[in-house]
Design a binder for this molecule. Sequence first.
Ligand SMILES: Nc1nc2c(ncn2[C@@H]2O[C@H](COP(=O)(O)OP(=O)(O)OP(=O)(O)O)[C@@H](O)[C@H]2O)c(=O)[nH]1
Ligand SMILES: [Mg+2]
Length: 367
Amino acid sequence: MFVDEVDIHVVAGDGGRGCISFRREKFVPRGGPNGGDGGGGGSVYVVASSRKNTLIDFRYHPEFEARRGRHGQGSNKTGQTSEDLEIDVPIGTLVFERTPDAAGDAGDAVFQLLADLTEEGQRVLVAKGGHGGRGNARFVSSTNRAPRRAEPGARGEERFLRLQLKLLADVGLVGFPNVGKSTLISRISAARPKIADYPFTTLTPNLGVVRLSDDRSFVVADVPGLIEGAHAGHGLGDRFLRHIERTKVLIHVVDVSGASGRDPVNDFKVIVDELRLFDPQVALKPQIVAANKIDALDDASRLERLERYIKEQGLPLIRISGVTGEGVDELLALAWRQIVMVRSAADSGGSSNTPGRSREELATRNA
Ligand SMILES: Nc1nc2c(ncn2[C@@H]2O[C@H](COP(=O)(O)OP(=O)(O)OP(=O)(O)O)[C@@H](O)[C@H]2O)c(=O)[nH]1
Ligand SMILES: [Mg+2]
């Protein structure tokens, strides 16, 4: 199962107590105070790791607690500071703090973004461990040589978090169900999603790495098919569209064979509308139309109408067949050129939230 949103609860360790103790030595009736400080409690970090692909583990294990610091001891022994707790999450995870609203109603929680973990090893402190309390040796003063006072350790922080995964890919495959998106990703990458002749075969996003040459590779995401009304929850809804939010280029796969019984121009418009309703920014991404199943084209006018319409929109269209491979190289070459354009535009001023290496590692392991 692919889980891309979970709520977890994290508690850092409390600090250890400071110690009250006095030296006891033969012939020294009243030794000085020697109570050590408590150790610090462990903090909790969330860390991006390419070893993780989904947030599913957290469904069954949403509670995290770092260990408390050890208490101080006599002979000025400071208690041991506890190790920090690291929670591994997939690269591309957003970490939000979840605060119940003013009325304390958990349903209307307020979310504040703490971090967007886009690179391997990137980490964020989510709950700070309490510091250790001071032992009585620290309270000696000119007026009090034998203090009987020590501090308790400070409480560790506690937080409610929401983790949300947004895959990092360069290209997103969008289109109606059954138009051949999974067939295409399995042809161009090592990804092996299920392919079948019925809609909604793909139920969760898949990533694949496309290698054009040693120094030219990119990551493609195949997301479940969309239908009219997806933004309102129809079909699988639009919940997987967040996984194409960070892509640079969309390949919009349209079935031009008669298989669907639908009109390709209308299909194209419906999907663009759904993208816009989901997020206008997504609909504005560079788009390449892949007129697919060209090997099974039974009515050339269907393709011609689509070509005319797409030309009017000022978008590129490539005729392909995911089954025979026709046109696929041309499609990938164009996708690469567009990725490079978006990357260089991002480098010169715009912000990019899709760093290189880590995505590919993640995708390779997904494949
Ligand atoms: N003739 C022909 N059939 C194709 C082509 N590409 C895909 N198909 C067939 O179309 C059907 C659907 O293919 P999928 O790749 O599963 O389609 P999808 O877009 O991933 O579908 P969902 O996961 O349901 O959204 C399968 O029976 C494929 O064999 C193609 O280029 N030519
Ligand atoms: Mg599929």
